[in-house]
Design a protein. Structure first.
Length: 411
C-alpha cells in the first residue's frame, strides 16, 4: 500500500469511531494546550525582558544603592541596609567629571505614589518619579506627543510633567494633554509630553506614571533619600569600551566613598548581561519544572492511545484476517495501525495548538504578551505524531503478527 491509501484507511478508521477518537484525543489535547500555553507565556516573558534591555541599550549600566546579591535573604538585606549608603549628586558629579570612558550619566529618583487630579477626575496611587533631562537620551525614551523636559526647566524646578499614555487617556480623553494642567497632590503641573504606550506586564499597566524634573520632584516630595533615593543610569562611549566604562564607574565610586582595598562594594552596579544572567539563574530551573508538569499529560495521552489501539486490534481481528487472506503483508498491517495512531495523535496536537493560541490571545490582553514560535508549533505536532507512533507500536506489532486463519475465525 502506498502512503495515500494508508492515510485514507487511518482517517476512515478514526472517523468511524468519532466519539471514541475524541475521548482518546482529550489527554493529548489537554497536554499540548497546557504545554504550549506555558511555553508561550515563558517565551513572552523572555522577549519582554530582552526588549527592555534592548530599549535601554546594550551599552547602558545602572548604579544603585543595593546589588542583586543583597536580596539573597533577610539577613543579607538587613546587613546591606546598614552598610550601603544612599547615592548622592556629589558622587554623580564626581563620576561625570572623571569618567572619560563614560559617554552620558544621569540620575533618577525612585518613585513615590500620589493622587492626581484634573477637574472632577481623580486618580489614586499613581507612580511619580524624578529624573534629570539627560535620561531621555540615555534610556531612549519614545515620545509620542510633545517633548521631554530640558535643563532650564530642571534648574528652575519648573512644574512640568511628562506622562504615560494611560494618564493621558484618563485625564484628557477628548483633548490633547499638551499645555494643559493636572494636579499632583494639589499642586498644578503643565503637561509637556506623553510617552508612547508600553502596554501591560502581568496585568499591570506600564503607562500609568508621571515623570517630573529632578529638582521639582525634590521640592515637592523631599530629598532624594531612603525610599525616594537616587540611582544613576549611564552609557559607555562605545560597545567595545562598555566593560571598562562599567569598571571605571565602580572604581570612581569606591574612590569617592573611600572604600578600602579588598572590602566589598557598598553599592551595586547592574548591566544588561547581569540582568540576563540573573533571569537565567532564577527562572531557568523554575521554567523546566513548569514545563515538566504539562509534559506529564502528554505521557498520559500516549498511554490512552496505546490502550485504545489495543482495543481496536481486538475489535478488528476479523478485518485483519480478511486483509491478510487477500494478500496484505505484515508490514502493510503494521503501517496501517502505526499511521492510525500517529494521525490520531497529530490531530490532537493540532487541536491543542489552536486552543493554546486562542487562550494565549486572552492572556496577552489581560496579563502578558504570549509568543508561540513557529519552530515550537512544528516540534509540538511532530512530537505528538512521534508519541502516537511509539504508543501504537506494540498494538501495531500485535496486529501484524496475527495468524490469518485464527483471525478469520474470530467473532
Amino acid at each position: 500500500m502506498n502512503f495515500a491509501e494508508t492515510l485514507k484507511l487511518a482517517l476512515a478508521a478514526i472517523w468511524a469511531h468519532k466519539l471514541r477518537s475524541f475521548l482518546t484525543l482529550l489527554g493529548m489535547i489537554i497536554g499540548v494546550t497546557a504545554f504550549m500555553l506555558v511555553l508561550s507565556v515563558l517565551q513572552g516573558f523572555n522577549t519582554y525582558v530582552d526588549d527592555k534591555i534592548a530599549g535601554v541599550g546594550s551599552n547602558s549600566f545602572t548604579v544603585r544603592r543595593f546589588n542583586f546579591s543583597d536580596f539573597k535573604d533577610t539577613d543579607t538585606l538587613a546587613a546591606a541596609q546598614r552598610r550601603n549608603k544612599d547615592l548622592t549628586f556629589e558622587e554623580l558629579e564626581f563620576i561625570r567629571a572623571n569618567g572619560d570612558l563614560i559617554d552620558q550619566i544621569g540620575a533618577k529618583a525612585r518613585r513615590t505614589t500620589a493622587e492626581i487630579k484634573r477637574g472632577t477626575k481623580k486618580l489614586i496611587d499613581i507612580s511619580v518619579s524624578g529624573a534629570e533631562p539627560i535620561i531621555v537620551n540615555i534610556e531612549n525614551v519614545d515620545v509620542e506627543e510633545g517633548r521631554y523636559f530640558v535643563d532650564a526647566e530642571n534648574n528652575n524646578a519648573a512644574r512640568v510633567a511628562f506622562i504615560g499614555k494611560d494618564i493621558a487617556k484618563e485625564l484628557f480623553p477628548r483633548i490633547s494633554p499638551i499645555g494643559n494642567e493636572l494636579y499632583i497632590r494639589g499642586i498644578p503641573y503643565r503637561v509637556i509630553g506623553v510617552q508612547v504606550a508600553k502596554g501591560t506586564i502581568f496585568g499591570m499597566s506600564q503607562d500609568n506614571f508621571i515623570v517630573v524634573p529632578m529638582k521639582t520632584y525634590m521640592g515637592q516630595f523631599g530629598n532624594a533619600t531612603g525610599p525616594r533615593g537616587l540611582y544613576f543610569v549611564g552609557t559607555s562611549l562605545s560597545d567595545k569600551d562598555f566593560g571598562d566604562a562599567v569598571e571605571q564607574a565602580r572604581t570612581l565610586l569606591r574612590i569617592k566613598r573611600k572604600i578600602p582595598l579588598g572590602e566589598k562594594d557598598n553599592f551595586g552596579v547592574s548591566t544588561p548581561e547581569a540582568i540576563a544572567k540573573l533571569r537565567q539563574n532564577v527562572f531557568g530551573t523554575i521554567f523546566i519544572v513548569i514545563l515538566t508538569v504539562p509534559a506529564i499529560a502528554l505521557i498520559v495521552g500516549a498511554v490512552v492511545i496505546m490502550n485504545i489501539m489495543l482495543v481496536a486490534v481486538t475489535e478488528r481481528t476479523k478485518e485483519i484476517g480478511i486483509r491478510k487472506a487477500l494478500g496484505a503483508s505484515q508490514s502493510d498491517i503494521l503501517r496501517q495501525f502505526l499511521f492510525e495512531a500517529a494521525t490520531l495523535s497529530a490531530i490532537g496536537g493540532i487541536v491543542g495548538l489552536i486552543l493554546a493560541k486562542l487562550l494565549g490571545m486572552i492572556v496577552t490582553i489581560y496579563v502578558l504578551q504570549t509568543i508561540i514560535p513557529w519552530w515550537a508549533a512544528v516540534i509540538a505536532i511532530g512530537v505528538c505524531a512521534l508519541v502516537g507512533i511509539l504508543a501504537g507500536l506494540f498494538p501495531a506489532w500485535k496486529a501484524a503478527r496475527l495468524d490469518p486463519i485464527e483471525a478469520l475465525r474470530a467473532d
